[in-house]
Design a protein around this ligand. Structure first.
Ligand code: NDP
Ligand code: 8X3
Length: 253
């Protein structure tokens, strides 16, 4: 198979799990993130297991110049064969009332979850458009459908992703490009460790007393959506742990 899947935030969580499932099914990969050691490790591991081509690009999605410069380094025949873009890189930083929020935390979330997603999309869409086909997955969140106490700016950034998914779908429908918004509930990845700035005990406590989603649950769903027939598109999916009824309601034992 010639086709490539371009994944942002492939160094852990959902992005890494997507790399694994697409690799297992014979897709070539372009893996991106800031932690180059992890990118190389995943590249080496999957290349040993599956007969596919894997490229890695190490960049911070917040730095516009680096996003375009790094993507430009890919050979033309690879860029032209990108079929799927998974806009997954993202994070929450901090959780608390609006009047106590740290401006730097807000900037990190908006710059990564909204502006970074836009930069990568702007760099990749011309190749999909030229092929008159492609599929963009935007990883939103239940936080992009609802708001919850202390979630203010993270929720706003994911509401922006939700809006962008709808807008992209309209802008790209004439080019046969599918756009799917994926909105997960609580999933145990490195997400809470990042949100609580490395505090492992708070991060672990988020998932106590119920069975959260794991990264593979999201990756399997994305793979299912990506492999529907050409005339079928799934626009939006909210995926929750069974114990979670809404952003703020989780049944805990
Ligand atoms: P992880 O923390 O495990 O993964 C986040 C990924 O994003 C990492 O690979 C990280 O790579 C990358 N990333 C973060 N900031 C940047 C940046 N500035 N530039 C490039 N890459 C970056 O968390 P998840 O897998 O859980 O999160 C993936 C997505 O899913 C996020 O958008 C998150 O908001 C969303 N989400 C998560 C949920 C959850 O409960 N876990 C639920 C709903 C949505 P690196 O550090 O190497 O740059
Ligand atoms: C991550 C899920 O509920 O912490 O997007 O916002 S939540």
């Amino acid at each position: 198979m010639e086709k490539y899947v371009f994944i942002t935030g492939a160094t852990s969580g959902f992005g890494e799990a997507c790399a694994e499932i697409f690799a297992k099914n014979g897709w070539n990969l372009i893996l991106t993130g800031r932690r180059n050691d992890r990118l190389i490790h995943i590249q080496e591991k999957l290349t040993k297991m599956f007969p596919i081509d894997i490229r890695t690009l190490c960049f911070d999605v917040r730095i516009e110049e680096d996003v375009f410069k790094e993507i430009e380094t890919l050979p033309n025949d690879i860029k032209e064969n990108i079929d799927i873009l998974i806009n997954n890189a993202g994070l929450a930083v901090g959780r608390g009332p609006i009047d106590e929020g740290l401006i730097d935390d807000w900037d990190r979330m908006i710059d990564t979850n909204v502006k970074g997603l836009l930069y990568v999309t702007r760099a990749i869409v011309p190749f999909l458009k030229k092929n008159k086909k492609g599929h963009i997955f935007n990883i939103g969140s239940i936080a992009g459908k609802e708001v919850y106490a202390g979630g203010n700016v993270y929720c706003a950034s994911k509401h922006a992703v939700d809006a962008l998914s709808k807008a992209m779908r309209i802008d790209l429908v004439d080019y046969n490009i599918k756009v799917t918004n994926i909105a997960p509930g609580a999933a145990e990845t490195e997400f809470s460790l990042v949100r609580f700035k490395g505090d492992e005990s708070i991060a672990k406590s988020v998932y106590l007393g119920f069975e959260p989603l794991v990264a593979k649950d999201i990756a399997e769903t994305i793979y299912f959506v990506a492999t529907r027939p050409a005339h079928v598109t799934i626009n939006d999916l909210t995926i929750m742990p069974t114990a979670q009824a809404s952003a703020a309601v989780i049944h805990k034992n």
